[in-house]
Write a protein that binds this ligand. Structure first.
Ligand code: GAR
Length: 201
């Protein structure tokens, strides 16, 4: 690539299937000019850290008070230090279950994206897949958006629709949404790295 590599950090708290999709895309040269420099989790022993380890990417558990939803205080500072040291162009929240507040957002302006398992602005927050299913909507999906101080409220970058059909159970819907996420996230990251999707001014 003649493009400068887009230094990318992934943050997550869970299984890491989206992270695996990104790393697999990178192996297949389908992540454009993206360079995944590190993967961090607030949950020790989480799947995402195992995914990082098996792909030989730098990874680390960084503490975050498990009793609060927001990342704040000393924990927040530790995250800011770790992330700053990597000099990222892009930070991907891939199942990161902590809320980022202004201090951390101000350190990385216009460079944090999140993947969310609904068609935003519908079904913000936790339990989106189940809430959509229980309400009986016929189309749901996933969204990738820029992160700002509003929870799941930043500018939308891309979405993929998923149908909910008669007779589907919750697990089937969830599996379909995850499959859509695993396609959409690598596309978006690749397009950001190639300049096909612009970073905000
Ligand atoms: C994904 O479905 C993602 O959309 C969701 O967590 C899952 C992480 O899965 N994110 C949120 O709910 C954010 N509020 P993964 O760890 O297997 O990638």
């Amino acid at each position: 690539y003649t493009l400068r590599p887009m230094r990318t950090i992934i943050l997550g708290s869970g299984k890491g299937t989206n992270t695996k999709a990104l790393l697999d895309a990178a192996i297949q040269n389908q992540l454009g000019a993206t360079e995944i420099v590190a993967i961090y989790s607030d949950v020790a022993g989480s799947g995402i850290l195992e995914v990082a380890q098996s792909h030989e990417v730098a990874f680390r558990h960084i503490n975050a008070n498990p009793t609060t939803a927001k990342l704040s205080g000393k924990d927040e500072q530790a995250w800011i230090e770790a992330l700053s040291a990597d000099n990222p162009d892009l930070i991907v929240l891939a199942g990161f279950m902590k809320i980022l507040q202004k201090p951390i957002l101000d350190c990385f302006p216009n460079s944090i994206i999140n993947i969310h398992p609904s068609l935003l602005p519908s079904f913000k927050g936790l339990g989106s897949i189940e809430n959509a299913y229980k309400l009986g909507v016929k189309i749901t999906g996933c969204t990738i958006h820029w992160v700002n101080t509003e929870i799941d409220g930043g500018k939308i970058i891309a979405q993929a629709p998923v149908r909910i059909m008669e007779g589907d159970d919750l697990e089937m819907v969830a599996a379909r949404i995850h499959a859509a996420e695993h396609m959409l996230l690598p596309w978006v990251v690749s397009d950001l790295s190639l300049g096909n999707i612009p970073f905000p001014e």
